[in-house]
Design a protein around this ligand. Structure first.
Ligand SMILES: Cc1cc2nc3c(=O)[nH]c(=O)nc-3n(C[C@H](O)[C@H](O)[C@H](O)COP(=O)(O)O)c2cc1C
Length: 201
């Protein structure tokens, strides 16, 4: 049997959400669990080309088994019109078999997002990303205000999950508080998942 891991599952077109995923993965490892980074392919219409099974660079594409076997989940997406991006929603829409068997019930989950504008929908995206995870019976986790960066931030960072303000050109790097909150979320998720796994014996 493999060691418990947190699945850090994200979609990223231009790299900002991918960088958040890497920071969350570091937090997971600081929390004592392995982080498994996985992405999802872009979606295309029927008449468009089909992408190869293995991406040219970066994280591998997630399988249903990656999700089924995880001890906890960190789910990340760029904000698109105040909501998660279609490729991630498409992947989630393909998880009915796990819903039917209740595979994810009782596992902790957290969400993260990146936006171009500071008030362009981080909270709406984060909260709506939690909805399908609640349908799966997962335990939603946020970031507590005992994390000092939550009050200090001038960029992203919310109690509903980690966030990043990438700017209009998408080039603003993660700042100190955004990094601290990504890591805190990953760490909290790992520590909670480890406790729950222990409880299950
Ligand atoms: C179709 C589309 C819709 C978007 N909608 C929003 C939005 O509602 N609010 C916002 O601030 N940024 C929006 N953006 C910008 C992205 O959220 C932002 O560039 C993000 O940092 C990209 O993440 P990535 O680098 O991981 O791809 C949108 C981008 C696209 C392509």
């Amino acid at each position: 049997m493999s060691l418990p891991y947190i699945l850090v599952l994200y979609y990223s077109r231009h790299g900002a959400t991918a960088e958040m995923a890497r920071q969350i993965a570091r937090g997971v490892e600081q929390g004592g669990l392995e982080a498994r980074l996985r992405t999802v392919p872009a979606v295309s219409t029927e008449c468009e080309a089909v992408a190869p099974d293995i991406p040219a660079e970066g994280a591998l594409y997630a399988s249903l088994d990656d999700l089924k076997g995880c001890a906890g989940l960190a789910l990340g997406s760029p904000t698109r019109f105040g909501n998660m991006a279609a490729p991630l929603k498409y992947f989630l829409d393909g998880t009915s078999s796990l819903w039917l068997t209740g595979e994810l019930v009782g596992k902790p989950a957290a969400v993260f997002t990146s936006t171009a504008s500071l008030h362009g929908g981080q909270e709406t995206t984060l909260l709506s990303m939690l909805l399908p995870l609640l349908h799966h019976g997962m335990l939603a986790m946020g970031i507590p205000y005992s994390e000092p960066a939550l009050l200090e931030t001038r960029g992203g960072g919310t109690p509903y999950g980690a966030s990043h303000h990438a700017g209009a050109d998408g080039k603003r790097p993660l700042d100190e508080q955004e990094i601290a909150l990504c890591r805190a979320l990953g760490q909290r998720l790992a520590q909670t998942a480890a406790l729950l796994e222990k409880g299950r014996g």
